[in-house]
Design a protein around this ligand. Structure first.
Ligand SMILES: Cc1cc2nc3c(=O)[nH]c(=O)nc-3n(C[C@H](O)[C@H](O)[C@H](O)COP(=O)(O)OP(=O)(O)OC[C@H]3O[C@@H](n4cnc5c(N)ncnc54)[C@H](O)[C@@H]3O)c2cc1C
Length: 450
């Protein structure tokens, strides 16, 4: 059995997932020896908008995929609002269900500062990149690169929690003859300001949540016409005038795209909204999960504890496909913290028991068909984790909010954000906000005038 005093925890990334680890340790009042390495100069992860693409201020791969004027794509009551720190508490009044990114960031930051008795920043080393993590002699040797001090060093930890995000390494499939296309080709990771496509005809490859949002965004900011190309099946959504769906692109010409149904379209720009890879380049290969994205990455007990290396001391948070988001990370983080300090009554389990449990979930995932099935899957998983860690089970009530969201999106994809929701925790109904297609100002000040 491990000596508690030797516990030293490394958290990689100070986005919502990594911050939940620090927050939950603080909430327990049992903060171990812990360091969080963050390559950006501040906390917030994806929610730090940057104008940069390609390389960041340290000449490292730019992390954030956030674009200007992004409003959340699900009501905050479903997957962002925390039971112990509501939006109403943070802003002093109920606010609309679909906040713009600056309001989300402000809220998160509020929880990490106002709702926490410890100064969480003291545990974070900013502008520090984790370059390599290997497991030897029952510990993790972590190589870090401090870009401020210009020092590379190695630190030893008993536990590592990977919270570096999954929306930063684009998945870009090859499409025949794309090299012949003379217009702009980009991935949504580098999409920043839709105004640049005003008057242009845009082809979006990929009809997932991100493709849908980028399409509406381009229309809102004046694109002439938008095609969305799907591969598996059409979205079945009622698109506003100016957006139309086409099947898979089979090849490109100099200024056009040819689709599987024999049609073709003249286009100015191609935006790949083909998702991201679960890529963790800094982990020794034997500590990595697969690059394919899923709701329950294989080999992760409780969707977090890595079983294939690291002697049950390596965790991933936020590496799953996301419907539940912030509350999911927070709930898993509470389990991870208690697991590390050995305060879970029903853990640890034997290796065989844990593997059987993983198979139970991965087999179930293989049979899921609809978005609703996926939400229920995540809720059932969270229910188990809440039972084990004692996290507030009220977060499970969000299932009915997701049901409403699915219905609202089907009714009107361009204006589903007009619906307002009740907070699960305060019962307050969110005030109305302008129709999405008419909201152009994403500032916190304007949001708070609603
Ligand atoms: C365009 C877009 C829109 C979204 N919209 C919504 C929404 O409306 N609602 C919602 O709930 N969720 C949304 N999400 C999901 C989003 O992923 C989560 O909300 C959340 O930000 C994920 O948190 P995270 O901490 O796992 O990852 P991130 O927010 O990505 O944070 C990871 C952190 O790790 C750091 N890092 C990475 N590598 C290293 C390294 N080697 N060394 C040190 N630090 C490192 C990064 O700099 C970053 O700060 C959206 C995502 C995207 C991309």
């Amino acid at each position: 059995m491990e000596n508690k005093d030797k516990t030293r925890v490394c958290v990689i990334g100070a986005g919502p997932a990594g911050m939940s680890v620090l927050y939950q340790f603080a909430k327990l009042g049992k903060i171990p020896n812990i360091v969080c390495y963050e390559k950006q100069s501040t906390w917030g992860g994806i929610w730090n908008y940057t104008w940069r693409t390609g390389l960041d201020h340290n000449n490292e791969p730019c992390h954030s995929s956030l674009y200007k004027d992004l409003w959340t794509n699900a009501p905050k009551e479903a997957n962002i609002e925390f039971p112990d720190y509501t939006f109403e508490k943070h802003f002093g009044k109920p606010v609309p269900s679909y906040p713009p990114a600056p309001a989300v960031r402000d809220y998160l930051q509020g929880r990490w500062t106002n709702a926490c008795s410890s100064d969480l920043k003291q545990f974070i080393q900013f502008n520090t990149i984790v370059r390599f993590v290997k497991f030897e002699n029952n510990n993790f040797v972590v190589t870090i690169d401090d870009r401020k001090k210009k020092v590379t060093s190695q630190e030893v930890f008993s536990h590592v929690v990977v919270c570096s995000g999954v929306f930063n390494y684009p998945n870009q499939p090859e499409v025949p003859d794309i090299i012949k296309f003379e217009g702009r080709v980009m991935h949504s990771h580098n999409f920043r300001n839709a105004i640049e496509f005003k008057g242009q005809t845009v082809l979006i490859i990929g009809s997932n949540f991100s493709g849908e949002d980028v399409a509406l965004h381009c229309l809102k900011y004046g694109a002439k016409h938008i095609y969305i190309s799907w591969r598996t099946q059409p979205t079945g959504l009622k698109w506003p005038k100016g957006i139309e769906e086409r099947p898979e692109v089979i090849r490109f010409g100099e200024n056009n795209a040819y689709f599987k149904d024999g049609s073709k379209a003249v286009i100015d720009v191609v935006i790949f909204s083909t998702g991201f890879r679960n890529h963790f380049p800094y982990l020794d290969a034997n500590l990595r999960i697969t690059e394919d994205t899923s709701l329950y990455p294989d080999g992760l007990y409780k969707a977090t504890l890595f079983l294939n290396g690291g002697n049950n001391k390596l965790f991933y948070i936020g590496a799953q496909q996301q419907l539940y988001t912030m509350t999911y990370f927070d709930c898993i983080a509470s389990w991870v913290c208690r697991y590390i300090i050995r305060e879970l009554a029903d853990e640890p389990k034997s290796g065989e028991e844990m593997k059987r449990d993983v198979t139970k979930w991965t087999s179930r995932e293989a049979k899921l068909a609809s978005v609703k099935d996926k939400v229920d899957f995540q809720a059932d998983l969270l229910a188990e984790i809440c039972s084990s860690s004692g996290y507030d089970k009220s977060i499970l009530k969000a299932v009915s909010l997701f049901d409403d969201l699915i219905r609202h999106r089907k009714e009107d994809i361009s204006d589903f954000r007009r619906h307002q929701f009740r907070s699960i925790y305060t019962g307050s109904l969110a005030p109305t906000q302008k129709p999405y297609m008419k909201m152009f100002d994403d500032t916190l000040e304007t949001f708070l005038k609603c």
